[in-house]
Ligand binder design. Structure first.
Ligand SMILES: Cc1cc2nc3c(=O)[nH]c(=O)nc-3n(C[C@H](O)[C@H](O)[C@H](O)COP(=O)(O)OP(=O)(O)OC[C@H]3O[C@@H](n4cnc5c(N)ncnc54)[C@H](O)[C@@H]3O)c2cc1C
Length: 423
């Protein structure tokens, strides 16, 4: 990576921010103001809270099977032994008690776009005037030979918050000193592009203290990864010799696994390891695929300003499930998309037009307990497509005090975004 990354304002800045006249028809059903949201994560919970907080008397139902949501964001700090699982766990009490969002703790199993209904696993059928689909990700279980939901109990992906995260932490705690921990990140696109490398950093920190003879192999499906020079700079300084990266050109990434022998197969090589964190390729959450909201690649195309599906009018997709590149699949992006989508829905109900807006935010990666690096970006709909209009990335060679300040800014971000999402 080069210094050109520092602060790039792309040509499109400002001038091309389209104030596209997204005019909405006020249809008879829209007047009822019933909104159903599927998925109570960073995207869905934000959308529900945002619509309710507008105080327009909408009837909002959030469908989410879990009563507690454990964030994936900051889960690497838990896996590295630096945070408790409790500190990552949030509930929906404020959404229902303070904002009046109706909660259905169930799985949505079928969407009927023509009839404007959603069927839940328990048999309930909810009617909607606008539907927001925010189910996060699912996995391509057939992509890696031998790896499926059963194998994930021995070789956790830990790429959805909760049980899997906890399992990986327990395995690392139980691992003997001198063992090998293998992380197998997928090719892009996937949830939180920097997270496998932040995970390697914080597990290396844990090993350095507790199991100094352990080592980490990153068996990557890519040749390069985001913020690579920043991570490698930190690894050389804090964890010399502990982390080995095997890029795609070397191994082709993970091809198969055998959980019974804890073996991970690459092209022409097999690794017998103590703990394997296999992160399979991903798609939008299953309900989005089943409802024909997704394209051939498994992600859901959306209008870049309103996040309304380009496949199904009246249905919106936000968060990781949406095809919103170049926005990363990140919590901050999900939250920004959900806010934009909520504004568009409010405008649709009132018959106003949606205003063009800039979506932005930052992602912090901890390279050690006290040091973090960041990537800050802004995005806008330009000429009918989302484009990155601003990018700022930590430079290499920053002082400890700057990296420590970034670590604190990351902590403040987590407190702020979870308060915003869950009310
Ligand atoms: C290790 C790791 C670290 C990360 N760190 C960061 C970070 O530092 N910063 C950052 O911005 N992002 C980070 N992320 C990314 C972030 O976690 C995701 O981008 C974000 O959670 C996406 O939000 P979402 O609402 O799309 O999906 P989710 O948060 O996964 O929420 C989806 C919800 O939908 C529910 N659901 C699914 N299907 C159904 C259904 N059929 N019916 C009802 N409910 C359903 C699920 O139960 C889930 O609660 C990280 C991710 C990982 C894995």
């Amino acid at each position: 990576m080069t210094g050109t990354r520092r602060r790039q304002f792309l040509k499109a800045t400002g001038a091309a921010l389209v104030a596209a006249p997204y005019l909405w028809r006020r249809d008879a059903r829209a007047a009822g103001g019933r909104v159903v949201v599927i998925g109570g994560g960073a995207g869905g919970a934000t959308a529900a809270r945002s619509l309710a907080a507008a105080g327009k008397g909408l009837d909002i139902t959030l469908v989410e099977p879990k009563s507690n949501y454990v964030t994936c964001f900051f889960s690497n700090l838990y896996i590295g032994g630096l945070r408790s699982l409790d500190s990552l766990t949030h509930n929906y009490d404020a959404l229902s008690e303070r904002y009046g969002v109706k909660l259905m703790h169930q799985v949505a199993v079928a969407i009927d776009p023509a009839g404007r209904t959603v069927r839940l696993a328990g048999g309930d059928v909810l009617s909607w005037d606008r539907l927001i689909v925010a189910p996060g990700i699912d996995f391509q279980w057939d992509a890696i030979e031998g790896y499926g939901p059963e194998a994930a109990k021995a070789m956790p992906h830990a790429w959805q918050g909760g049980e899997q995260t906890e399992l990986l932490r327990r395995q690392l705690e139980a691992m003997e000193d001198g063992g090998t921990f293998l992380i197998a990140p997928p090719d892009t696109p996937y949830r939180c592009p920097t997270a496998p490398y932040e995970r390697a950093s914080l597990v290396a920190h844990y090993f350095k203290r507790e199991k100094p003879n352990a080592r980490i192999i990153i068996l990557d499906a890519k040749n390069n990864f985001p913020l690579q020079d920043l991570f490698e700079e930190a690894w050389t300084r804090f964890y010399p010799g502990m982390i080995e990266v095997l890029p795609a050109d070397f191994s082709g990434g993970v091809k198969g696994v055998n959980p019974a022998t804890m073996t991970v197969m690459a092209e022409g090589e097999a690794f017998e390891v103590a703990v394997a964190n296999v992160i399979p390729p991903q798609t939008a959450g299953r309900i989005a695929l089943q409802s024909e909201l997704a394209d051939r690649r498994g992600w859901c195309p959306v209008d870049p300003m309103t996040f309304e599906s380009t496949h199904q009018p009246g249905i919106y997709v936000v968060g990781d499930a949406a095809l919103a590149s170049p926005m990363p699949k990140a919590a901050y992006a999900a939250q920004q998309q959900a806010e934009a989508c909520a504004r568009a829905i409010l405008e649709a109900f009132s018959g106003d037009k949606a205003e063009a807006t800039v979506l932005g935010g930052a992602c912090w990666s901890h390279v050690s307990p006290a040091h973090a690096v960041y990537e800050r970006a802004a995005f806008a709909a330009v000429g009918g497509a989302l484009q990155r209009i601003e990018l700022e990335i930590s430079p290499t060679g920053e002082s400890d005090s700057v990296r420590e300040a970034a670590g604190l800014a990351g902590e403040a971000w987590y407190a702020g975004i979870t308060a915003d999402i869950f009310g």
